[in-house]
Design a protein around this ligand. Structure first.
Ligand code: UT7
Length: 329
């Protein structure tokens, strides 16, 4: 089922906090080792925001870079979609704070909660709203300060995550370039394998709940790993099939950067060479919704992703949510 793209990427941007936490730094905090982290995840370092940092500042910096890259003014933006699970506050939507900081006064702005799938969900929603409601300049962001909800005493999870923001400005497709395919899935049956049980209506942030660290990330890593490999493989194969393509036809694959072993397992099942797969998990760790737009921006700015290139994107996260897409850059 081939489809004509409605939206294409006009520009991208990213921002990460300056401070870097290496595996050696983590060795001083929990019972772990650089060898274990590198062998099991591929992660060597992650950027971490100072405690109390505003996600909206990081997201705004990424957005400004994307607007500049696209040659689009803030007042031209008519829709802002921010994929995040670590907004500045429970409400209002952090997208509204980004709107204010940017001066994007003509935009409709809202947050999107789909964990690591936030950016790809955002792309499809943006394209749908452009097609149905006439929005012409849309800012899609994936941004997280995941370290704000990390339990630094839990070595199973604290070594995995990092902070960052990525942004893309979308405009109407020129007919050939843009979002060729997107495929979104969810399965709430496994919501308790990766979640933050505190801070919500079930476990509000009372002194007892905070002392029990309910406001931090809880994960059954092995189970999540298994589901991630199966679901990402299924999703990527499906979008390729819809265009009559195979893995080797892609110029590049940008997978969600959670764990190098997950990426390698998916790539093997999709019969792609690793040389065509972008990996930066070693430098950033898992930045959830930000991982794909950060990678996209790195690639576009380095010149490794030229206009016309065919890129696959695929992700998996809490919910569970997962998604894949094909983008003609
Ligand atoms: O963004 C999408 C969502 N998240 C993910 O995709 C993450 C998915 N899961 C994973 O990436 C992997 O499951 C982990 C990296 C979290 C864990 O790797 P694993 O190969 O599944 O290890 P494991 O949990 O089975 O643990 C193996 C051993 C255990 O020790 P024993 O029981 O064998 O003695 C753990 O206690 O490794 C131990 N371990 C550690 N050792 C040193 C767990 N964490 C650490 C650590 N340092 N940080």
């Amino acid at each position: 089922m081939q489809k004509t793209p409605h939206a294409m990427i006009l520009g991208t941007g990213r921002a990460v906090p300056e401070k870097i936490l290496t595996n050696a730094d983590l060795e001083r905090i929990v019972d772990t080792s650089d060898d274990w982290i590198v062998a099991r995840t591929g992660i060597r370092q992650r950027h971490v925001a100072a405690p109390g940092s505003a996600l909206s500042d990081l997201a705004t910096e990424a957005a400004r870079n994307a607007l500049q890259n696209a040659g689009v003014g803030a007042e031209e933006i008519d829709l802002i979609i921010l994929g995040t699970v670590t907004g500045d506050m429970k409400f209002p939507a952090t997208a509204c704070l980004v709107q204010e900081k940017l001066g994007a006064k003509n935009a409709v702005a809202f947050d999107l909660s789909a964990a690591c799938s936030g950016f790809l969900y955002g792309l499809q929603i943006a394209e749908g709203m452009m097609a149905s409601s006439g929005y012409r300049r849309v800012l899609v962001l994936g941004a997280e300060v995941l370290t704000s909800m990390v339990n630094w005493q839990d070595r199973d999870t604290c070594v995995l995550f990092g902070d960052g923001a990525g942004a893309a400005v979308l405009g109407p497709s020129d007919g050939g370039r843009g979002l060729l395919q997107t495929y979104l899935r969810s399965d709430g049956a496994h919501s308790n394998l990766l979640y933050n049980p505190g801070c919500g209506s079930v476990n509000p942030p009372t002194a007892e709940n905070v002392a029990a660290r309910l406001h931090t990330i809880h994960m059954e890593g092995k189970e999540v790993f298994r589901h991630a490999v199966t679901s990402m493989t299924e999703a990527l194969k499906l979008v390729l099939e819809r265009e009559g393509l195979r893995g080797e036809d892609l110029d590049l694959l940008i997978p969600h950067q959670a764990n190098l072993r997950i990426i390698e397992a998916v790539v093997k099942r999709c019969k792609m060479p690793m040389e065509k797969v972008y990996v930066n998990v070693d430098r950033y760790g898992n930045t959830s919704a930000a991982s794909i737009p950060i990678a996209l921006d790195e690639l576009r700015r380095s010149g490794d992703l030229r206009p016309g290139a065919l890129v696959g994107v695929v992700t998996f996260g809490a919910g569970f949510t997962w998604a894949a897409g094909l983008i003609r850059i």
